[in-house]
Design a protein around this ligand. Structure first.
Ligand code: C5P
Length: 220
């Protein structure tokens, strides 16, 4: 079979990562978490004392960190300059700063190049999840899925992941991040015209996975 390229976009807390990983594993495809790459570059900026409120300072060093993503869905990895950052990129500090860093065009150009090269080198195909994969990174993807869910469902899922985090605070933080991601100038979070929209509010993770697997199989 020819390599199949699947783009899965949507806001935070819609089940993008869990769905994308499971679909890739079931179909024997590679998996790329593009949010992890933006988190990794944000982690590097914070660690190197770059002023997050200064886009030109961010732009000036956007090419410096070396970001490497491992694309096995059974155990995706992410390193920055050889350092394993899988844990540190999930802190609230990184979550609250990533939108500002990912809005800088020089950061997006850089990360988008990495994403395209990983997608074209995946032997059997790849599931790529993010915000602008269907619209900007891989506009010729074989299948584009846009996942949505109510803010309540998204906050509940995310606070479950963060084990006991306050649902209200999580909801506010998510809404703020989505608003920033959707309103930025360079490749904002958006549904591609030819994407299939799946509202996951009342679906189990298993149902979402089955739905996407079926959609991929129709394309193969
Ligand atoms: O998916 P995740 O929530 O880990 O993404 C973290 C952040 O990375 C998003 O809030 C967004 O600012 C940025 N991002 C992006 N484009 C992508 C993926 C993520 O701008 N394709």
């Amino acid at each position: 079979a020819k390599p199949v390229i699947v783009a899965i976009d949507g806001p935070a807390g819609t089940g993008k990562s869990s769905t994308s990983k499971a679909v890739a594993a079931q179909l024997g495809l590679s998996y790329l978490d593009t949010g992890a790459q933006y988190r990794a570059i944000t982690w590097w900026m914070v660690n190197n004392g770059i002023d997050i409120d200064d886009p030109s300072a961010i732009a000036a060093v956007a090419g410096k960190p070396e970001i490497v993503s491992g694309t096995d869905p059974a155990g995706p990895t992410i390193t920055v300059d050889g350092i394993d950052v899988a844990g540190p990129i999930r802190t609230q500090e990184v979550s609250s700063k990533v939108s500002a860093v990912s809005a800088v065009p020089e950061v997006r150009t850089r990360i988008t190049e990495l994403q395209r090269s990983l997608a074209t080198s995946a032997q059997d195909g790849i599931v790529v999840e993010g915000r602008d994969i269907g619209t900007t990174v891989l506009p010729d993807a074989d299948l584009k899925v846009f996942l949505t869910a109510s803010p309540e469902a998204r906050a509940a899922r995310r606070s479950g992941e963060l084990k006991g985090a306050d649902v209200h605070a999580t909801r506010e933080a998510l809404i703020k991040r989505d608003a920033a991601d959707s309103s930025r100038k360079t490749s904002p979070l958006a549904k591609a015209d030819d994407a299939v929209e799946v509202d996951t509010t009342d679906l189990t993770l298993q149902q979402v996975i089955e739905c996407v697997v079926t959609l991929v199989e129709e394309k193969r």
